[in-house]
Design a binder for this molecule. Structure first.
Ligand code: ZN
Length: 144
């Protein structure tokens, strides 16, 4: 993955760590919601499951396959959104989208946690679809 090698070294490590050891990589037996999505440009596939209780994301199950950026981004998303209120998670989705497609101000980056590691992906427009795949699918579940 040449694109990853061109990212900032610390961010590079975070992305590779999430790719190799994806967080929340499990199946939820009775999810509140679930969705499958794919990115035909790259062949990335993702399945997301949510367990919600009292407006809070209690559990996230993530399974999928595809390029390192798509899978690492899904893992980072799960880590960032687990335990958040639905409205808060939706706000974070929009901040992440802004990070990759616009200019997110520094003071808002804290809310993204380690997911800011994907910022450098915006230099590679074709990879932005990979990074946004899981986040867009999550948005669809949160805002439907
Ligand atoms: Zn991809």
């Amino acid at each position: 993955m040449n694109e990853i090698n061109q990212l900032d070294e610390m961010y590079h490590e975070i992305i590779l760590d999430h790719y190799r050891s994806p967080r929340n990589n499990h199946v939820i037996s009775q999810p509140t919601k679930e969705i499958e999505s794919n990115n035909p440009f790259c062949g990335d596939e993702i399945k997301l499951q949510l367990k919600m209780e009292g407006g809070i994301i209690k559990d996230i199950g993530i399974t999928g396959r595809g390029c390192a950026i798509s899978q690492a981004s899904a893992s980072l998303m799960g880590e960032t959104l687990l335990g958040k209120q639905i409205e808060e998670a939706s706000v974070i989705y929009h901040l992440f989208r802004e990070l990759l497609t616009g200019e997110l101000s520094e003071d808002k980056m804290d809310q993204l946690g380690d997911s800011v590691a994907l910022e450098g992906v915006k230099k590679f427009p074709i990879r932005v679809k990979c990074a946004l795949l899981s986040w867009s699918a999550m948005r669809d579940m949160l805002e439907e």
